[in-house]
Design a protein around this ligand. Structure first.
Ligand code: C2O
Ligand code: CU
Length: 472
């Protein structure tokens, strides 16, 4: 089955977009938004469900899902519109929803105890915020994420550009990696010390939109915009498209100058998104594989692309690929204040003696216990900060900051080519990465590794942005 989640029949109960004027706005409107903002309303319900992750003769898998589907319903709005989501929690435990990558007001960020009380089982919460940036985002719980996300709670959030670039077809693939038993059930070993201290809960079953896709049909000459979202707890993908040359046009939702990825491999750490342009350049009836080559010696075929027997056109279209920029404040590097952050811990690290107590990872020497803590940094509103980060561990870490996007300035002291905006930057073992941002969204924001087992075992901190002078 190759229907994207937006066409799955089980989505019909999902409440369609409703346009209205913002008469009862819960939040102050940003100054650049007209009072007549359009509101799109959605309802999502987190609950146990059964899903066909693996084909017969395996059975259905017991999962936790939003509105009964994996992934949860697509939330899609136009840039500048307001999103209102009524979240019901029908789990037997508390939950929240975090809008990953969206620059929302702090109270809407979905971090338990830090920005809101958790939504108890049987409870509900209404989130409301403006879609300031166009791009590819996603949503997931921030309560016991390593288990709640790992059991299937996540969904895509797409903000369309006011004037989207022209393509023939758009696809969204939410990638996940499950650890299943022989019978197709979810392996219950969540949060064990081995996963926590190594590379997280890497699984054994990779799905695209909740299924094991065998083939996807394409047409010669067709231009596809492929939005990739990595919703896995821990698996990093390194996708190779055989003889196709994918062009990266956005990273973590933010436009980047269109470019071919290094070594033709699209690397996507947990929580990251990549938007690609694929010009289908082969003859009718050709067949080629997309494979994942990230972990050496563990390559596998993800899915095959099969060309239909009739071409759509004879050569690739010449339409522009560059996306319009989002309204991000440009860091003023000359006036920047500098800080350092060091990540330590894990197996083969220098702090192994401290692993008792289940805390395995440290940011500037501190292992987090829960979401509420003293801020590791306090930033002044609207100022530019350059943060030099060092990964002193033997492991990869996708490092995520809430409420902001940052420019990646350099890696191992060499300037990056595209100075890309990201909300999650993948750091290789021993790597040194410099980022820059304008602290323009006041509040207490999580800063953590998005390998969810690392986050749960200490690799998390709070960065405070003072309100003074913000949104000047
Ligand atoms: Cu994707 Cu702290 O989150
Ligand atoms: Cu990590």
């Amino acid at each position: 089955m190759d229907c994207p989640p937006s066409q799955a029949p089980s989505r019909r109960s999902f409440i369609a977009s409703v346009s209205a004027t913002a008469a009862a706005a819960l939040l102050p409107m940003p100054r650049d938004t007209a009072a007549q903002a359009r509101i799109s309303e959605f309802t999502i319900r987190a609950a146990p469900a059964r899903a066909r992750l693996v084909p017969k003769p395996h059975g259905l898998t017991d999962v936790w899902a939003y509105n009964g589907t994996i992934p949860g319903p697509e939330i899609r709005v136009k840039q500048g519109h307001r999103i209102r989501v009524n979240v019901h929690n029908d789990l037997n435990e508390a939950s929240t929803v975090h809008w990953h990558g969206m620059r929302v007001p702090n109270a809407m960020d979905g971090v338990p105890h830090l920005t809101q009380l958790p939504i108890e089982g049987g409870g509900q919460f209404i989130y409301e915020f403006d879609a300031i940036d166009a791009g590819t985002f996603w949503y997931h719980p921030h309560q016991r994420s390593y288990e709640q996300v790992g059991r299937g709670l996540y969904g895509p959030l797409i903000v369309e550009e006011a004037e989207p670039i022209r393509v023939d077809r758009e696809l969204t693939w939410v990638l996940d990696d499950w650890r299943l038993t022989e019978s197709g059930a979810i392996d219950e070993s969540f949060g064990n010390l081995h996963d926590m201290s190594h590379n997280g809960r890497v699984g054994n079953t990779v799905t695209i939109n909740g299924q094991i896709l065998e083939t996807v049909t394409v047409r010669s000459g067709e231009r596809i915009r492929l939005r990739l979202i990595n919703a896995a707890n821990a698996r990093i993908f390194g996708l190779h498209f055989s003889q196709l040359e994918p062009i990266v046009i956005a990273l973590d939702g933010q436009p980047v100058s269109p470019h071919v990825p290094t070594d033709s491999i699209v690397v996507i750490g947990p929580a990251m998104r990549v938007d690609l342009i694929l010009d289908m350049s082969h003859r009718p009836e050709a067949r080629l594989s997309i494979s994942d080559k990230f972990y050496q010696g563990l390559e596998y075929r993800l899915v095959d692309l099969i060309y239909a027997d009739t071409p759509l056109r004879n050569r690739a279209p010449q339409w522009p690929m560059a996306l319009p920029p989002n309204p991000l404040a440009e860091p003023d590097l000359g006036a920047a204040e500098h800080h350092r952050i060091e990540f330590e811990g894990g197996m083969m690290g220098t702090k192994m003696g401290m692993m008792h107590s289940g805390k395995v990872w440290f940011i500037n020497g501190v292992a987090a216990q829960g979401h509420v803590m003293e801020p590791m940094l306090t930033l002044r509103g609207s100022r530019t900060y350059v943060i030099a980060m060092t990964n002193s561990t033997a492991w990869h870490h996708p490092i995520h900051l809430h409420g902001h996007s940052f420019r990646v300035l350099s890696r191992n002291n060499r300037p990056t080519k595209h100075r890309e905006w990201q909300d999650t930057v993948l750091m290789a073992p021993r790597e040194h990465v410099e980022i820059a941002l304008v602290a323009d969204n006041p509040g207490d924001w999580m800063f953590h590794c998005h390998i969810l087992e690392h986050q749960a075992s200490g690799m998390m901190g709070v960065i405070r942005v003072d309100g003074d002078g913000a949104q000047a």
